[in-house]
Design a protein around this ligand. Structure first.
Ligand code: HDD
Length: 715
C-alpha cells in the first residue's frame, strides 16, 4: 500500500497490513443476564410497555460497535491524514473511546474503598418470627444476598492485610424491598456520636501534607485522635488484637454494632444486636505474616474469597441476635444499649441463631457489582427499625448522601446490583442517569388520572403489602442540647474486659501491636497520653508498652470497675474447625518419588485441603504439575508445609523459617529432615513432625483444624 493513497476501508476488509493478533475467531455468545437484570422499566405504575427492550444491557451481537451500535472495522488505529500525518478531529470513534475511558473511574468510597464481594443467599429458620414482622425472617424463606467485605482506611489499591477494622456489609434482596445490614468485624465503634466521624477518619487517613502512610494506623494523627478520645480506647484495643488481621474474610465475625428495634405484627417490640458467626471459625494472621502479605500478595483476601467460591468451598455464616427487652431506659445489665462503644457479653445475653447465609457466586464484573453496590443503614424493611443511638442516627444521613457523589446522582437504586427484587412503584422521577421510562401522567398522590395508582400499603393489614412500620416510640421530653447521657462516660471497663478475656498469647500480640504502633509515632506527648489510657485498661499492658517505648508508666487516672471476663471474646480456643480452602505446600525436587507424591496429594485432596506443589522449576516434576517454583513460592500462601525434598536452597529455607515463626504446622519426610535443620527448625518443637511421608501428611492434616500451633508461642 502506498503512503499517499487515500485509503477507504470496507467493512470486512483487513484494516491494515499489520500481522494478525491471534484473536479468537468464533465470537462467543452473550453472557447470560443475571436474575436481577430485569429493569425497573416494567414496574411502571400502570405496567404499560416501555420503549427500552429488557435485554438492552451490554455485549449484544457479534460485532464491535460504537456506543450507538454502529459496526466498526478498526479500533486500533486513529484516523490520520496519511500514515505519518496528524490525527483528524473528525475521528468520532477515537473521541468516543478516549472520552469514555477518561471517565471510567468514579470517586472511591471516602472510607471502606478497598473491598471484595460475593453473591449468596440467606435461609431463615423462623426463630425471629415472634419478634419481627420481617418477611425474610419467616421460617424457610430464602433471600438473595450480596456481601461486600472491606478495609476502612486504605485506598482502592491498598493491601488487604493492613491492621484495620473490616467492613461486613450485607444486602438482603427481600420480597419487601432491600434490607442492608452495614456492619463491621468488630462489635464496637471508635466514637459515640456521628458528628465525630469526619474527625476520626481525617486522623486515620494519610497525613494531608505528604499523603502517607497509606492504609496504616501507625502514625501520629491516628494516635493523636485516639489518645485524645478515651471513648475510642475500646475499639482501638480490638484493633491492636489479631481481630484486625483476619486470616480470611471467610473466617470473620460480623456485627451490626448498634442496637436495633424489632417490631412484630402485633406491634410488640424488642431491642436486638445482630451477629454473623462464621462456620469456619474466627481466625487471624500474625502481624509479621500480615506485613509480608501486604508486599507479596496485596490481594490476599480478595483472592482467597474468590478462589474458595470458585472451588465450591462456599463460606457460611450463622445469623444471630441478642435480644433485650425494650425498656424505657434502654439499659441491659447496666450497659447502655444506645452506646456504640459498648457490647453486651454473650454470657449475659446468649446468641439466638435466626438463619444461615451461604456465599456461592463470585461477581461477574468488579466495577458493575462490587464497586457500584450502595449500602445504607436506612435501607430497612417492615419489622426492623432503628434506635436513637447517636452514631446510627448520623449514619442514616451519610450513606444516602455519599452515593449521590460516588454514583453520580439520585438514581443509584436502578443500577443492577442495587435493584430491589421486589416491585418498585415510587414517585421519584427524572434526575441524572434515569434508566426507567416511566409511563402515566400523575407521579403524585392522591391522583385521579393514573387510576389512583400507586396505592398506600396497610400498616398492619392481613391483605396486600405490609407497609414499613415506624415504631411509635415515645420521644424524650428534654431541652435541646449537645450532650451525651452520663451512661456514655465509662470508656475503660469494656476495654479492660476485652484484654482480660484474651489468652496470654493473644495478650502478648496486643502488647506487641501497641508497641509497634506507638513506636512509629514521633510526638512524645502522644505516646505519653496513650500510655495514660493504657494504664487505666491494664497496668501490665501499659508497663510492657512503656518499656518498649523507653518511657515511664504513669499512675492510673481513673477508677475503672472490673467486670467478669467473657470467653466469647477470645479467638484462641481448644475447638477444631473445618479446613475448607486451606493450602498445604509440598516441597519436592526431581528426585522425589512420583508415587509418594501422588499418594500425598490424594490424601491432602481427600481432606478438602488444596495441595500446592513447590519444585525447583515450573512445568512437571516428580510426575505432578508444579504450582509454585522455589522462586514464586511464599510462606504466606500456605497454612502448613510438607517437605519431601532435601534442599538447602535459601528461598525454601526462608519459607520454612517464616512458616515456623508464624506458628504453621510443618512436617518433613525422614530423608528430608536435614532441610529443617538448615532452616534452624528444631524437630522437637511443637507442631513439627518428621516421619514417613504418609504419617507426616496425616500429622499435618490433624494439626490444621486448630488453625495454628499456638504451643510454639507459649513454649
Ligand atoms: Fe460507615 C461505608 C460500616 C459508621 C459513613 N461504613 C461503610 C461501609 C461499612 C461501614 C461496612 C462500606 C459499605 C460498602 O461496602 O459499600 N460505618 C460502618 C459501621 C459504623 C460506621 C459498622 C459504625 C457502627 N459510617 C459510620 C459513620 C458515618 C459513616 C458514623 C458518617 C457519619 N460509611 C460512611 C460513608 C460510607 C461508609 C461515608 C462510605 C461509602 C459508603 O458509605 O457507601 O457514608
Amino acid at each position: 500500500m502506498t503512503e499517499d493513497a487515500n485509503e477507504i476501508k470496507l467493512p470486512g476488509a483487513p484494516a491494515t497490513e499489520s500481522p494478525a493478533v491471534g484473536e479468537p475467531t468464533t465470537p462467543r455468545g452473550r453472557l447470560a443476564p443475571k436474575p436481577d437484570q430485569s429493569g425497573p422499566e416494567t414496574r411502571t405504575p400502570t405496567g404499560a410497555p416501555t420503549t427500552a427492550p429488557q435485554d438492552a444491557v451490554a455485549q449484544q451481537g457479534h460485532y464491535l460497535t460504537t456506543a450507538q451500535g454502529v459496526p466498526l472495522a478498526d479500533t486500533d488505529h486513529s484516523l490520520k491524514a496519511g500514515r505519518r500525518g496528524p490525527v483528524l478531529l473528525q475521528d468520532h470513534h477515537l473521541r468516543e473511546k478516549i472520552t469514555h475511558f477518561d471517565h471510567e473511574r468514579i470517586p472511591e468510597r471516602v472510607v471502606h474503598a478497598r473491598g471484595a464481594a460475593a453473591h449468596g443467599h440467606f435461609v431463615a429458620n423462623g426463630e425471629a418470627e415472634k419478634y419481627t414482622a420481617a418477611a425474610f425472617l419467616k421460617a424457610g424463606t430464602v433471600t438473595d444476598t450480596f456481601v461486600r467485605f472491606s478495609t476502612v482506611l486504605g485506598s482502592r489499591g491498598s493491601a488487604d492485610t493492613a491492621r484495620d477494622t473490616r467492613g461486613f456489609a450485607t444486602k438482603f434482596y427481600t420480597t419487601e424491598g432491600v434490607y442492608d445490614l452495614v456492619g463491621n468485624n468488630i462489635p464496637v465503634f471508635f466514637i459515640q456520636d456521628a458528628i465525630k466521624f469526619p474527625d476520626i477518619i481525617h486522623a486515620g487517613k494519610p497525613h494531608p501534607d505528604r499523603e502517607i502512610p497509606q492504609a496504616q494506623s501507625a502514625h501520629d494523627t491516628f494516635w493523636d485522635f485516639v489518645s485524645l478520645h478515651t471513648e475510642a480506647q475500646h475499639h482501638t484495643i480490638w484493633n491492636m488484637s489479631d481481630r484486625a488481621l483476619p486470616r480470611s474474610y471467610r473466617m470473620m465475625q460480623g456485627f451490626g454494632i448498634h442496637t436495633f428495634r424489632l417490631v412484630n405484627a402485633d406491634g410488640a417490640t424488642v431491642l436486638v444486636k445482630f451477629h454473623w458467626r462464621p462456620r469456619l471459625g474466627t481466625h487471624g494472621l500474625v502481624w509479621e505474616e500480615a506485613q509480608l502479605i501486604a508486599g507479596k500478595d496485596p490481594d490476599y483476601h480478595r483472592r482467597d474469597l474468590a478462589d474458595a467460591i470458585e472451588a465450591g468451598a462456599y463460606p457460611e455464616w450463622d445469623f444471630a441476635i441478642q435480644v433485650f427487652p425494650d425498656t424505657e431506659d434502654q439499659l441491659f445489665a447496666g450497659i447502655d444499649l444506645l452506646d456504640p462503644t459498648k457490647l453486651v457479653p454473650e454470657e449475659l445475653a446468649p446468641l439466638k441463631v435466626i438463619g444461615t447465609m451461604t456465599l456461592d457466586r463470585n461477581p461477574l464484573n468488579y466495577f458493575d457489582e462490587t464497586e457500584q453496590v450502595a449500602f445504607h443503614p436506612g435501607h430497612l424493611v417492615p419489622g426492623i427499625d432503628v434506635t436513637s443511638d447517636p452514631l446510627l442516627q448520623g449514619r442514616l444521613f451519610s450513606y444516602l448522601d455519599t452515593q449521590i457523589t460516588r454514583l453520580g446522582g439520585p438514581n443509584f437504586a436502578q443500577i443492577p446490583i442495587n435493584r430491589p427484587h421486589a416491585d418498585v412503584n415510587d414517585m421519584l422521577r427524572d434526575g441524572l442517569h434515569q434508566d426507567a421510562v416511566h409511563s402515566g401522567v400523575a407521579p403524585y398522590r392522591p391522583n385521579s388520572l393514573d387510576g389512583g395508582c400507586p396505592f398506600p400499603a396497610a400498616l398492619h393489614g392481613d391483605e396486600g403489602a405490609q407497609a414499613f412500620i415506624d415504631v411509635p416510640q415515645p420521644v424524650q421530653q428534654d431541652v435541646v442540647t449537645r450532650a451525651q447521657p452520663a451512661s456514655f462516660d465509662d470508656h475503660f471497663s469494656q476495654a479492660r474486659q476485652f484484654y482480660r478475656s484474651l489468652t496470654p498469647i493473644e495478650q502478648q500480640h496486643v502488647k506487641q501491636a501497641y508497641s509497634f504502633e506507638l513506636g512509629k509515632v514521633y510526638e512524645q506527648t502522644i505516646k505519653e497520653r496513650e500510655l495514660q489510657a493504657l494504664v487505666n485498661i491494664d497496668v501490665d499492658l501499659a508497663a510492657f508498652v512503656a518499656e518498649q517505648l523507653g518511657l515511664d508508666v504513669p499512675a492510673a487516672s481513673e477508677n475503672v470497675p472490673d467486670t467478669d471476663p467473657s470467653g466469647a471474646l477470645s479467638m484462641i480456643t481448644d475447638d477444631e474447625w473445618p479446613v475448607d480452602g486451606r493450602q498445604l505446600g509440598i516441597v519436592i525436587d526431581d528426585e522425589t518419588d512420583a508415587s509418594v507424591l501422588a499418594s500425598v496429594r490424594e490424601a491432602v485432596d481427600a481432606a478438602g485441603v488444596t495441595p500446592v506443589v513447590i519444585a525447583p522449576h515450573g512445568g512437571t516434576a516428580a510426575g505432578s504439575p508444579v504450582q509454585r517454583t522455589f522462586q514464586t513460592a511464599a510462606s504466606i500462601e500456605l497454612d502448613a508445609v510438607l517437605v519431601l525434598a532435601s534442599t538447602s536452597d535459601p528461598r525454601i529455607v526462608q519459607l520454612l523459617a517464616e512458616a515456623f515463626r508464624h506458628d504453621k504446622a510443618i512436617a518433613a519426610a525422614t530423608e528430608a529432615a536435614d532441610t529443617l535443620h538448615v532452616a534452624a527448625i528444631s524437630v522437637s518443637a511443637p507442631g513439627i513432625a518428621v516421619e514417613e511421608p504418609a504419617e507426616a501428611t496425616r500429622a499435618l492434616l490433624e494439626l490444621l483444624p486448630s488453625h495454628r500451633v499456638w504451643g510454639r508461642e507459649s513454649a
